[in-house]
Design a protein around this ligand. Structure first.
Ligand code: ADP
Length: 536
């Protein structure tokens, strides 16, 4: 750009060329001379000209012809031309394609100012064109760059779109996978949740991580409480050492089957469980201890009950043997004395005979109890009801235990409501109940103690109560007293078989009645039973 514009001056005479250069010496251009049309054309191949100053009258090829050739070439098609001629001529309009470039005309003799003025106009035009071209070039380049960048962006956009599509597909696959995982998780959860077994997962510190609904239901906790629970909260203290020992085995990778332990419910009950436990490891690291247990409390209780029953039966057998042997010994002893003929006075004889009678009664009473139990167990126990006076039954019973009460200096007071209505019962069996309650009240009483027998009508029932001021019964024993063979340990030194109360309860219940106990240890007991009154 900094190079000067070039000007082609064409004239067949050198002096004219020199004169031209001189005239135009002030202008900031480089001159290239041509002495003929051909030379001029040759120069145009080599240089880029801003303007041509061309003599019209030349031999061989005149100025018009020269320019006509130039117009045919793409490079010089638009080249501005000033024709120089000795005469004014309009002929230059005949030049083919002349209109494609700027053309002017100047006559000789040349007036330097006019020539300079015309040349200057063309030079300015050339400069303008150049700067225009430059700008166009710059713009084109800029446009090209923008286009390239745009293409680039386009390519990137395509790549991005492809990547995006891939991402979307991966995402869809992930979603599907997730869905599958969720479904399988739900299936497992459903399985766990609806299992009847107690399922739990505990971390290395013994803190609960997961439990199922059955677990929550049996132990009485809510799900939100579980995260704060440690195994020490749900296992009774006496089981901790045992559990920890098993936990250690699990940590060694052992799987425990049919292990038994005890759970402690939120409200303090013991639940016996049996099941399997093992650890979950991930990359060799302990993750959680998982256990699945069955509630075997009922089975355990039944087993314990059976053990207790076996123990009681054992005790019963020894008690019965003792109960049989004692009166038999006494009978045998007294009979022997009488038969020996040494007891001669009639008073002693009748005393011995009444002892023999009492012991025989005791024996037959015991045998009656045993027969009743056998009837109850085989379902052959029956009651034969008739309309009777309960007052008579009670007085009869008091009379039957009279001598026993006298022996211990015990007084029996009766508080029987006057004119008790008659009641339809098996009088032999109800007398058996009252007699049993009275003889217990005597046996488990203090020396010279007292007994009150009450009877009254309440709420269409006939109530009978036998209250004593005797040894009393501990709270924990009360519910067990009606079980067959059950005897309070403290009663060991007093003769008995543990059958009386059980038989009494069965008799009362066979009359659609109920029997119950109120007692205070060391203060005395009240045994009550109520029988429904006949509607008429
Ligand atoms: P037995 O008197 O032959 O042992 P029972 O079935 O009549 O059997 O009574 C069961 C147990 O209940 C007795 O062993 C005794 O421990 C207790 N018992 C019964 N009556 C009384 C009472 N009035 N006072 C204190 N304890 C009693």
């Amino acid at each position: 750009m900094d190079a000067k514009p070039k000007m082609l001056i064409v004239d067949d005479r050198v002096e004219n060329l020199v004169a031209l250069e001189k005239t135009l010496g002030d202008l900031d251009v480089d001159f290239v001379r041509a002495l003929s049309g051909n030379e001029a054309l040759a120069h145009t191949l080599e240089h880029d000209f801003a303007i041509v100053l061309c003599d019209v009258q030349m031999p061989e090829m005149d100025g018009f012809e020269t320019v006509e050739f130039m117009r045919q070439d793409k490079k010089t098609k638009h080249l501005p031309v000033i024709f120089v001629s000795a005469i004014y001529t309009e002929d230059f309009h005949m030049v083919k394609g002349i209109e494609t470039g700027a053309v002017d005309f100047i006559t000789k003799p040349i007036i330097p100012e006019i020539l300079r003025g015309k040349v200057q106009v063309f030079l300015d035009l050339h400069a303008n064109r150049l700067s225009l071209e430059e700008e166009i070039k710059l713009r084109t380049e800029a446009e090209q760059t923008i286009q390239e960048q745009y293409d680039d962006i386009q390519i990137h956009t395509h790549e991005l779109e492809a990547a995006n599509q891939e991402l979307r597909e991966t995402q869809t696959k992930l979603l599907e996978l997730n869905q599958e995982v969720q479904e399988s998780e739900e299936r497992y959860r459903d399985l766990f949740e609806n299992a009847n077994d107690l399922i739990q997962s505990v971390d290395a510190e013994g803190n609960f991580v997961y439990v199922n609904s059955a677990w929550l239901e049996v132990l009485g906790y809510e799900m939100k409480e579980v995260e704060n629970l440690n195994f020490t909260d749900v296992v009774p203290e006496e089981e901790w050492a045992h559990c920890q020992e098993q936990f250690q085995q699990i940590l060694q990778g052992e799987r425990l089957t049919n292990m038994q332990t005890i759970f402690l419910t939120k409200d303090g009950r013991h639940i016996y469980v049996e099941g399997n436990a093992g650890a979950r490891f991930k990359n060799g690291e302990f993750v959680a201890n998982r256990g699945i247990f069955r509630d075997i409390t009922e089975r355990k209780i039944a087993e314990e009950k059976q053990l207790e029953l076996d123990r009681m039966k054992q005790e019963f057998i020894s008690n019965v043997s003792h109960e049989l042997r004692t009166p038999l010994h006494s009978l045998k002893g007294f009979v022997k004395l009488l038969l020996g003929g040494k007891v001669t006075d009639s008073e002693t004889q009748s005393e011995f005979l009444s002892i023999i009678e009492k012991e025989s009664d005791r024996l037959s009473g015991l045998i009656d109890d045993l027969l009743d139990i056998s009837r109850l167990e085989s379902g052959r126990f029956k009651v034969y009801k008739e309309l009777v006076s309960l007052e008579n039954i009670i007085r009869d019973a008091i009379q039957r235990v009279g001598s026993l009460a006298n022996e211990r200096g015990i007084t029996i007071t009766d508080e029987i409501q006057p004119e008790l209505p008659e009641i339809e019962v098996d009088q032999k069996r109800i007398r058996q109940v009252v007699t049993n309650l009275l003889s217990n009240a005597i046996k488990y009483n203090n020396e010279n103690g007292s007994i009150t027998v009450r009877s009254e009508v309440t709420d269409n029932e006939l109530l009978v109560q036998v209250a004593d001021g005797g040894i009393g019964i501990a709270d924990e024993d009360i519910p067990k007293l009606f079980e067959r063979f059950y005897r309070v340990e403290a009663s060991d030194r007093i003769e008995g078989t543990g059958l009386g109360l059980h038989i009494s309860q069965q008799i009362v219940e066979a009359h659609s009645g109920k029997i119950w106990i109120e007692s205070e240890l060391g203060e005395g007991s009240t045994f009550s039973f109520a029988l429904p009154l006949n509607e008429n």
